[in-house]
Design a protein around this ligand. Structure first.
Ligand code: SF4
Length: 155
């Protein structure tokens, strides 16, 4: 799909050039940069907003997806074995508050992230296998009635 021509849109900060991934990289997409330039982007990095550093250990959702984490049925665990669920939930709440405050009805988030992934995330085994499901922030935004799209669906 193409980015709508009106309205504010929640965007994963790494897509707009912020080097905030767990490896301290950006995943810059031109449409995201243009949204920032036009003042329509609501940038959020939920993992940093939830108190995690840059760089940080990779993490995956174990025994479920983001909806399960929001419901208290699954956890987010770092590759070092730390339970970072509360950081992920806190970051998701920041994203939801930002979306509500901006009146955004759409979010375009980075594919496959345990926070931002939409429709597909890593499976919890730290072996690159994927599973169906959303990241924690994508799941929480959906509970707010916000449409969430993976960045790899944007042309
Ligand atoms: S949490 Fe989202 S915004 Fe932050 S680095 Fe990961 S994918 Fe990008």
């Amino acid at each position: 799909m193409e980015i709508p021509t009106e309205g504010r849109i929640v965007v994963s900060a790494c897509l707009a050039g912020v080097a905030c991934t767990h490896e301290a990289e950006a995943k810059t997409r031109e449409w995201a940069v243009q949204l920032v330039a036009s003042g329509r982007a609501v940038l959020v990095c939920p993992e940093v907003a939830g108190g995690l550093p840059i760089p940080r250990p990779a993490a995956e959702i174990v025994d479920g997806d983001g909806a399960d984490v929001v419901a208290g049925r699954a956890h987010v665990i770092s590759e070092e074995g730390a339970d970072v669920t509360e950081n992920y939930l806190a970051g998701a709440r920041v994203a939801a508050d930002a979306a509500r405050g901006a009146g955004a009805r759409l979010a375009v988030l980075k594919a496959r992230s345990p926070s931002c992934g939409c429709g597909e995330i890593y499976g919890g085994g730290f072996n690159k296998e994927l599973r169906e499901g959303d990241g924690v922030t994508a799941a929480m935004l959906k509970t707010e009635g916000i449409e969430v799209i993976s960045d790899d669906k944007i042309e």
